[in-house]
Every structure is written in structure tokens, then in C-alpha cells.
Design a protein around this ligand. Structure first.
Ligand SMILES: *[C@@H]1O[C@H](CO)[C@@H](O)[C@H](O)[C@H]1NC(C)=O
Ligand SMILES: *[C@@H]1O[C@H](CO)[C@@H](O)[C@H](O)[C@H]1NC(C)=O
Ligand SMILES: *[C@@H]1O[C@H](CO)[C@@H](O)[C@H](O)[C@H]1NC(C)=O
Length: 394
């Protein structure tokens, strides 16, 4: 019934009707200031991942290196933000090393993570990682805290997915100008769930409702599909998209052997979505298949970006990923493990540009921006990127 009305609405004479139906889309909120491209037609996104604040020794004791690492993480973020001057910041999961924090002040660590972005008044939102679900903190608590405390700057929502471990699924529109009602780009955010047990006193039991290492296949694919159909009915198009999800999809594993710029220290292997007890069960595919549908065979999905593997900061695509670029964030935090090439911390930058989005197949420029004031690994993701390459493994 509703879809029938919406299809009627895609008649030119019914434009005002379509505009009012636009408000039925989950990401259209009159309470939020519209995000817009700047006068030069750019909307720059800096994505930070794996901050891992609140770490403390495994024996449960306290040590000065935890707070010192958190302060160093803030310097990384401040440096990258001052160099890149982004329009938006994405925190792509593992904000907190949840298994180490105290229940009474766990969310204080979100204040530490967001502070450099908040003092610069940059709008932001977050995805949530495996370490953000633990005995003393979970995704729902982090989301509610962020929404309440940072009501003005935070665009994080909870449109779909099981609470409290997997409900951070939503999208955010970006417009050419604030009077527009059809966005020029959409940022999508997904919750790859998982849980890290223990409170510093060793591992504990994992709640059955948290023992899932992939985006929820029961609710999220339907959510993506419904939003895509509504966008098509109301806007007559699915806008070009950047996708963020903390744990990489299993398709990422096939791409690591391709000759790409950036660090390749981590073999995604058993740490991709869809693994339980070292066995791949394919349960990340319902989510991935809806990303492929969002791509529409037209390059609509500019990149699917993950953190989780601190030693990976490359972007690649192949037939195995249905031509969709899969990117890694690298490591922006002083918490968490460090690999040989991830010692100098970084954020990954995407510069959405209106001219690049207007080509028959849209493109986006991306690079890594480092705490030592350098940048590297700049590439343009689109139909020319890695066209001749095939994945080494199938
Ligand atoms: C959290 O509480 C612990 C224990 O009282 C304290 O040592 C730590 O500094 C607090 N952390 C934050 C970020 O407030
Ligand atoms: C995974 O392994 C654990 C520990 O060996 C076991 O208790 C659990 O039943 C296994 N889960 C599945 C789904 O096989
Ligand atoms: C990066 O640039 C800022 C601003 O010029 C400077 O304060 C900082 O020391 C530089 N960092 C490094 C590691 O060179």
C-alpha cells in the first residue's frame, strides 16, 4: 500500500507529494541540521578507527600507560583534523577497549575519543566494534550516550538491528545545498556486532545474544532493501554512497594479495565477518548482497571501509567483490595492537566531490593522513581502479 502510493509519487506532477514522502525515509530528520557540500563542491570525510581507549594491564591493575596512550590518540586526531579540515568525521569502531573499562565510567572514554572532533565543532557519527561490546559496555549504551551528550554534532542513530549488541545501523544524507531535498551522497553505517569478554581478570562467558560476528542477517538486509526501494521511489535514484562497518566482510580476504598502496600487515583471515569457532558460515553474505544491490551494478557504492585489522590500510576491488572497492582504515589509536607498518598512526580521508559524483560512474579520491603531518596512498576509486587485476585467490 505505502509503496504503491510512493510509486504514484514518482510522477512529475506529484513532486510536492514525493517531497513529503521523503520524510518517511529513515535518514531524513527535521531535527538535524542538513549536511552540505562546501562552496568548492567538496565534502571531506575523515574516518578514524581502533582508538582502543581505556586499556589497562591484563591482571586488572592500573598503569600510567593507558591514560598516556589515550592522550597520544587525541594528538593523532587533532593533527589529522587540523591538516585535513574535514566536513565530517567517522569513528569506525573500537572506540573503547571494553573488556578493560569500569562500568561506572566506561562512557567517559567516548568523551576522550570525540574531544578533538567536538572542540573543532565537526559533525560526526560512529560505528561500533567488537571491543565496544563487553561486560561493562555495549553498543546500545555507547549509542545512547553519544546521542544524548552530543545531540548537536552526532548523527549516529539506531534504525535497525538487535539491541544491545548490534543496533548501530543507519544512514546519513549529504546535500549540495540546504534547500535541496534529494541528497547528492549518502553515508551508510553498519554494526558488525561481536563481543570481547573479560574485565581484565581473564575471559568470561559470552552472552548467547552477543555471540555473532557479522551484521545481523535477520533485520539489517531488510532495512537496507527497504531504504533502497524508498529512495528509488521518492528520489528516483540511489545516491552514491560511502559505507562504514567495523569488521571487514569476508570478501576482503580475497583482495589482500592485489598490488595496492597502503599497509598489508594483517591477513584478514579468520577475523572477517562470518566466522564462528574458526569456521566460515557465510552469514555475512545477506548483508553483503544488499550492499551489492545498493551498488546497482553502477558503481553507486564508492567504498566499503573497515577497521579491525590495525595493520591494513589499503583499498582494493575485483570481480570477487562485485567490483565494489573495499578499504581499510589503518590505526588511529595508541591503544590496541601495533604491526610493523602501523606504528605511525593515521586516519583515512575520502574527498567527495560533486564533479566526481556526476560522471556516469561516480568516483572518489581517498588517501591516508598521518600523525607526522604526511599523507600517502592516494588513489581514485572508480571504474578505472584496478580494472586489469584479478584476485590471487578465489
Ligand atoms: C575511571 O575510573 C577509574 C577508577 O576509579 C579511574 O582510575 C579512571 O581514571 C577513570 N577514567 C576516566 C576516563 O574517567
Ligand atoms: C564454539 O566453541 C565453544 C568452545 O569450544 C563451544 O562451547 C560452542 O558450543 C561452539 N559454538 C558453536 C556454534 O559451535
Ligand atoms: C605537525 O604539524 C603541527 C603544526 O604545524 C606541529 O605542531 C606538529 O609538531 C607536527 N607534528 C610532527 C610529528 O611533526
Amino acid at each position: 500500500m505505502i509503496l504503491g502510493v510512493l510509486l504514484l509519487a514518482s510522477n512529475v506532477s506529484a513532486l510536492p507529494l514525493a517531497r513529503s514522502f521523503s520524510n518517511t525515509l529513515a535518514g531524513i530528520l527535521s531535527s538535524k541540521k542538513k549536511l552540505t557540500f562546501d562552496a568548492q563542491g567538496n565534502f571531506k570525510v575523515v574516518s578514524f578507527s581502533d582508538m582502543h581507549t581505556g586499556e589497562r594491564p591484563g591482571d586488572g591493575s592500573w598503569a600510567a600507560w593507558g591514560p598516556a596512550n589515550d592522550a597520544a590518540t587525541q594528538v593523532v586526531h587533532a593533527t589529522v583534523l587540523d591538516n585535513e579540515k574535514p566536513n565530517y568525521v567517522v569513528f569506525n569502531g573500537d572506540m573503547i577497549t571494553g573488556e578493560n573499562v569500569f562500568k561506572e565510567n566506561a562512557t567517559n572514554y567516548l568523551d576522550i575519543v570525540y574531544a578533538p572532533t567536538v572542540v573543532r565543532k565537526i559533525p560526526f557519527s560512529s560505528t561500533h566494534g567488537n571491543h565496544d561490546n563487553a561486560n561493562n559496555i555495549n553498543h546500545a549504551e555507547e549509542i545512547e550516550y553519544e546521542q544524548t551528550r552530543y545531540a548537536e554534532l552526532s548523527y549516529t542513530r539506531s534504525d535497525a538491528g538487535p539491541k544491545p549488541y548490534g543496533n548501530g545501523n543507519y544512514w546519513v544524507p549529504v546535500y549540495v545545498k540546504s534547500t535541496d531535498w534529494v541528497p547528492a551522497a549518502v553515508l551508510w553505517f553498519f554494526d558488525s556486532r561481536s563481543f570481547v569478554s573479560g574485565t581484565g581478570d581473564g575471559p568470561g562467558p559470552i552472552p548467547p545474544a552477543a555471540n555473532y560476528y557479522w551484521v545481523d542477517p535477520n533485520t539489517v538486509p531488510n532495512y537496507i532493501k527497504l531504504q533502497r526501494l524508498l529512495m528509488t521511489a521518492v528520489w528516483w535514484k540511489v545516491p552514491p554512497a560511502l559505507v562504514f562497518v567495523h569488521i571487514p566482510v569476508q570478501k576482503a580476504q580475497d583482495l589482500i594479495s592485489l598490488p595496492t598502496l597502503g599497509d598489508h600487515d594483517d591477513d584478514a583471515g579468520l577475523s572477517t565477518q562470518g566466522f564462528l569457532n574458526n569456521t566460515y558460515n557465510g552469514l555475512d553474505l545477506p548483508f553483503w548482497n544488499e550492499i551489492v544491490a545498493l551498488n546497482g551494478g553502477k558503481g553507486n557504492v564508492l567504498a566499503v571501509t573497515s577497521g579491525h585489522d590495525h595493520g591494513s590500510s589499503w583499498c582494493a576491488r575485483s570481480e570477487d567483490s562485485s567490483g565494489i572497492p573495499i578499504c581499510f582504515n589503518g590505526h588511529s589509536g595508541y591503544g590496541g595492537y601495533v604491526t610493523e607498518h602501523s606504528v605511525v598512526r593515521n586516519g583515512r580521508v575520502f574527498n567527495l566531490n560533486l564533479a566526481d559524483l556526476a560522471t556516469p560512474v561516480p568516483t572518489v579520491k581517498t588517501w591516508n593522513s598521518y600523525e607526522d603531518n604526511t599523507t600517502a596512498d592516494a588513489v581514485t576509486l572508480g571504474p578505472e581502479y584496478l580494472t586489469a587485476e584479478k584476485s590471487g585467490t578465489a
